[in-house]
Design a protein around this ligand. Structure first.
Ligand code: HEM
Length: 147
């Protein structure tokens, strides 16, 4: 029973993260192309949805570790150990690089100063998101490829 619940949450949280995070950089770019008033609302929306994505990423990690504990880490095929390492990397990139950059964009747009620095920050978000999705994709292959 616990195994089934963990597996369902594990897969659903991964689906939510992948779909949601895939569109976040584009939403951010589109928000920054808007007049300031609209950009304020739209960038704040990206940040708040990013919080939900952070929770789903954390759920993927925790349920993955839960499933691994049920099976015993030592009994798992090494592809699961690699998956854990990759997931820790993309999870940390999201928390410590992407989220602070989006937060900075929201703060800049909320003020009255120059908007130019938001472009470099949005570029960083786009690049990091690409790396996170690549790592995520490798993790999916490691989860599903029965060697
Ligand atoms: C990108 C992140 C991840 C995705 C998309 C993902 C996806 C999946 C999917 C689709 C399954 C079902 C596979 C099946 O039953 O055939 C699964 C199972 C599992 N996942 Fe993940 N996973 C991710 C990260 C992790 C991490 C970090 C761990 C930690 C070690 C983990 C551990 C497990 C375990 C132990 C199972 C059960 C495998 C089995 O019983 O055959 N996963 N995962």
């Amino acid at each position: 029973m616990l195994n089934q619940v963990l597996l369902i949450v594990h897969v659903m949280a991964a689906m939510l993260w992948f779909g949601g995070a895939a569109f976040a950089p584009r939403q951010l770019r589109e928000a920054l192309a808007m007049p300031r008033e609209q950009a304020r609302v739209l960038t704040a929306g990206v940040l708040s949805r990013g919080g939900v994505l952070g929770i789903s990423a954390t759920l993927v990690l925790l349920t993955g570790v839960g499933l691994a504990l049920i099976r015993g880490f030592g009994n798992l095929h090494p592809r699961f150990h690699t998956a854990l390492l990759l997931t820790l990397i993309w999870w940390a990139l999201g928390l410590f690089v992407v989220r602070p950059a989006v937060k900075k964009i929201v703060d800049i747009v909320a003020g009255d100063g120059d908007l130019a620095p938001t472009q470099a920050l949005a570029k960083r978000v786009g690049m990091m998101s690409g790396i996170m999705h690549a790592l995520f994709t490798v993790t999916v292959v490691l989860m599903l490829w029965r060697l």
